[in-house]
Ligand binder design. Structure first.
Ligand SMILES: C[S@@+](CC[C@H](N)C(=O)[O-])C[C@H]1O[C@@H](n2cnc3c(N)ncnc32)[C@H](O)[C@@H]1O
Length: 368
């Protein structure tokens, strides 16, 4: 199979290339072990030197660990399969800023004492002094997952990708790539098909989802929006390494998108919903509907929820207890299908992959 990168032949792999597949599986296993080891050692250290910072957690049954392992293996298998089917380049499976991460890893450790101090003080609004609080919604002005500076500094943006990679045991990009198949399907079914579809990624952060989309859609016009200029700066650094057209990066609020009606063929939004209060969640979905052309596709990806993955409820409960995620409890019981329906979307479907649920839906071609 000929793998293309930005429209150019990139590499040729046999569909049954066992060596590349083994390399990918080994890479994922290695990342998983490193992620688990990091969390185990850092938690032990925190309990030792900053016991006040620890949170009580619920017991995790062994069956859940084995179910997590099985669904993570299924995610890796599906990721490999979709790359082999040509949905995106196999090179994406190995894509990561390795050198950057190796050099930044010590900074993740150096940041821990400050995080433990904030956790001990139960301080979740420790943000840089130079920000203008009026420029952001109040719910945003917090240290989500105890992130130093919240989302509001270059230092935070520089560490974010590595921290997320550790949190998800190396599966963050594989989970983000789950938006690609429903996105491609939605774009394919549009008539007329756009040669350069305009795709907006809401809450793009450091642009990892845009990077995955570029690997699947070399000719698309990509737009990323986020409230954090620091995260957009980091996104710009990563994305400008890629060949081809640079995605447009826009600072703004997903609740009030700075784009005209009916101007996007597709909208994606990854790992945002659980960080929003319910009302803001609905506004973001309504705005996606507004800016999308009739017939457009919306793909959302976020944490699994209690209803679809009850077997992982201890993991969801511990995530909420250990990390500062003020809206997560509300999110995991929220009815996203209903919110999508309220906004006017139809053909709503959802599937879960490991710890991520992906919703896909369409704006009707004919609006009554
Ligand atoms: C958990 S991160 C996810 C980032 C990215 N989508 C990813 O997959 O890594 C949440 C992101 O949402 C952004 N965000 C939060 N509330 C927002 C809002 N109302 N409008 C736009 N971006 C927002 C944050 O700045 C942050 O970059």
């Amino acid at each position: 199979m000929l793998i293309r990168w930005n429209g150019q032949p990139f590499a040729s792999t046999d569909v049954s290339d066992p060596v590349t597949k083994l390399a990918y599986q080994t890479l994922q296993q290695g990342k998983s072990i490193l992620g688990l080891a990091h969390k185990e050692v850092s938690t032990r250290l925190m309990e030792l030197v900053a016991p006040d910072a620890s949170s009580s957690t619920v017991a995790v049954p062994p069956e859940m660990i084995s179910a997590l392992r099985t669904s993570m293996d299924a995610l890796v298998e599906l990721d490999w399969k979709e790359a082999q089917e040509g949905l995106y380049s196999t090179s994406l499976l190995f894509d990561a800023p390795w050198l950057d991460w190796v050099t930044r890893y010590p900074l993740v450790w150096l940041d821990l004492p400050a995080i433990w101090q904030r956790r001990s003080r139960r301080d979740v609004r420790d943000l840089p002094n130079d920000i203008n609080p009026q420029a952001y919604p109040d719910y945003y002005l917090q240290n989500f997952h105890h992130q130093t500076d919240g989302y509001l500094s270059d230092r935070s943006a520089e560490l974010y990708d590595l921290q997320v990679e550790i949190l998800f045991n190396g599966t963050a990009d594989a989970m983000r790539r789950r938006v690609i198949a429903p996105l491609l399907e939605g774009l394919r079914s549009q008539a007329p098909q756009a040669a350069h579809p305009r795709i907006l990624d809401v809450a793009t952060g450091t642009g990892r989802t845009l990077r995955q989309l570029r690997g699947a859609l070399p000719d698309a016009q990509l737009v990323g929006l986020d409230l954090s200029t620091a995260y957009l700066r980091q996104a710009n650094r990563w994305l400008s390494e890629l060949p081809g057209e640079l995605p447009q990066l826009v600072q703004g609020n997903g609740e009030d998108l700075p784009f005209a009606d009916n101007t996007m063929q597709a909208v994606t939004c990854v790992f945002l919903l659980h960080e929003l209060p319910g009302e803001a969640r609905q506004k973001v979905i309504n705005e996606a509907w507004r800016v999308m052309e009739p017939g457009g596709v919306l793909v959302l990806a976020d944490s699994v929820q209690l209803k679809d993955s009850p077997e992982f409820s201890p993991a969801m409960e511990n995530f909420r207890r250990v990390f500062h995620e003020p809206f997560y409890r509300d999110y995991i019981t929220d009815d996203i299908n209903e919110r999508l329906g309220n906004a006017g979307f139809e053909q709503i479907s959802a599937l879960s992959y490991f710890m991520t649920r992906v919703w896909s839906c369409r704006k009707p071609s004919v609006i009554s």
